[in-house]
Design a protein around this ligand. Structure first.
Ligand SMILES: O=C(O)C1=C[C@@H](OP(=O)(O)O)[C@@H](O)[C@H](O)C1
Ligand SMILES: C=C(OP(=O)(O)O)C(=O)O
Length: 409
């Protein structure tokens, strides 16, 4: 197995981190582009494997869409293949075939798509046989499993001859991602209404436009964490906007309690250290991808904190709750479920002189535990796991003066 050794470092000279582009924005814009009449001018698409996979599959249009481990690519392309009336097999990694998709398949079947499960009911792989005729213009979708099903349906809604009305049922998680989808659709000329739990999109055409993808706020979060855990330093994160389409820009507010001041200018955001004021409770319902970053930060900083809104973490790239519990324990921190769906970080009191982190095929495990190098030597297993969203992550660590050495073991 490949291991990356990260040597201990806790002071960071001012450095600019170029940051990759957002894979969430990129993957939406690529679907919208494929559905647009006319030619869009899209720039700054993400280097993320999830986005490169989407580009490749849309470009080559093979009979089997193998999305690897990309959730958005799986969900968005499933709806796209149906609306464009294609015969397609949708598949991915073993883990992807354990991530549920039944809610999206039911919604697509409701509007007339023919889709069959090839193995286990409710999970990929799927055989799609297109959508010859729209049989309904209304669907109900529960909102507490994954917002990606809702985003997938929304992006195809304008193309449906009768448009679409979506009734969101129950608690809605990752709401900021649904908002991102609708705001992006609006930038490409689509009008919609969202009142209470009903979103309505009439039949209409996407208008060709120019769009530049913003830098990735989820990827930015690891740099906030690094500086929060460091003794001193300053980092400039390029290409981020204060008024972002991405809900993970919430990291600015979260980190303002964990010792980071953010100052925006037109190029990006400057991070500086300020005293930790501490916050006892964090809710990740609408920013689940930040949970690992903040859990590790609290554990390292000695902040005992409660976390809620983690329900979706068990069905992501890995069971992120289990993975956090296992890896935090390696430096004597804990992540305990103290009440149903309420987790408490018990920070580390003693730090081993080196910690080997297992990454569970989850890019965010690798990136979230990187800031541990402010306290001890870190041995990161399977460092290429970061390629899913941030292939240049370790290169950017080197820019920040972190020494990274590859080993086999
Ligand atoms: O729509 C998106 O781009 C995403 C939505 C979120 O998933 P869920 O809606 O499944 O929480 C998030 O975790 C994922 O990384 C990206
Ligand atoms: C959950 C994630 O991605 P996806 O669901 O698109 O695989 C993620 O990037 O953290």
């Amino acid at each position: 197995m490949e291991i990356l050794e990260l040597s201990q470092k806790s002071a960071f000279a001012p450095t600019t981190i170029p940051l990759p582009s957002s894979k969430s924005e990129s993957n939406r814009v690529l679907i919208i582009d494929a559905l647009t009449e006319g030619k869009n001018e899209i720039s700054n698409l993400a280097e993320a494997r999830d986005t490169q996979t989407m580009i490749r599959l849309l470009g080559k249009n093979p009979p089997v869409y193998d999305v690897l481990d990309a959730g958005t690519t799986m969900r968005f392309l499933t709806a796209y293949a149906a609306i464009t009336n294609q015969n397609k097999v949708m598949t991915g990694t073993a883990r992807m075939c354990q991530r549920p998709i039944g809610i999206l398949v039911d919604a697509l079947r409701e509007i007339g798509a023919e889709i069959h499960y090839m193995n286990v009911e409710g999970y990929p792989p799927l055989a799609i046989h297109g959508l010859a005729e729209q049989t309904s213009d209304k669907v109900k979708i529960r909102g507490d499993v994954s917002s990606q099903y809702i985003s997938a349906m929304l992006m195809i809604a304008p193309i449906l001859p009768k448009g679409l009305e979506i009734e969101l049922e129950g608690k809605v998680g990752s709401r900021t991602y649904i908002e991102m989808t609708l705001e992006l659709m609006a930038k490409f000329g689509i009008t919609y209404s969202w009142e209470e739990n009903i979103i309505k999109v009439a039949h209409q055409s996407y208008q060709a436009t120019e769009f530049m993808v913003e830098s990735d706020w989820s990827g930015a979060s690891y740099w906030f964490s690094l500086l929060a855990c460091a003794d001193s330093g300053e980092l400039f994160l390029k290409g981020l906007k204060e008024d972002s389409l991405q809900g993970d820009s919430k990291i600015v507010e979260i980190m303002s309690h964990l010792g980071i001041k953010s100052t925006f200018n037109k190029e990006g955001v400057l991070l500086e250290k300020i005293p930790v004021t501490g916050l006892k409770e964090f809710d990740f319902t609408h920013c689940p991808d930040l949970a690992q970053t903040v859990a590790v930060t609290c554990a390292i900083l000695g902040q005992d904190a409660k976390f809620t809104g983690l329900e979706s973490l068990r069905i992501k790239e890995t069971d992120r709750i289990y993975a956090l519990q296992q890896e935090l324990a390696k430096f004597n921190a804990e992540f305990n479920e103290v009440e149903p769906e309420v987790f408490q970080v018990i920070p580390s009191v003693t730090m081993p002189h080196e910690v080997r982190i297992h990454t569970y095929d989850d890019h965010r495990m690798g990136m979230a535990f990187m800031p541990l190098l402010t306290k001890t030597k870190v041995l990161m297993e399977d460092p290429e796991v970061v390629n899913k969203s941030y292939p240049s992550f370790w290169k950017h660590c080197q820019l920040a003066g972190i020494s990274c050495t590859n080993h086999e073991s």
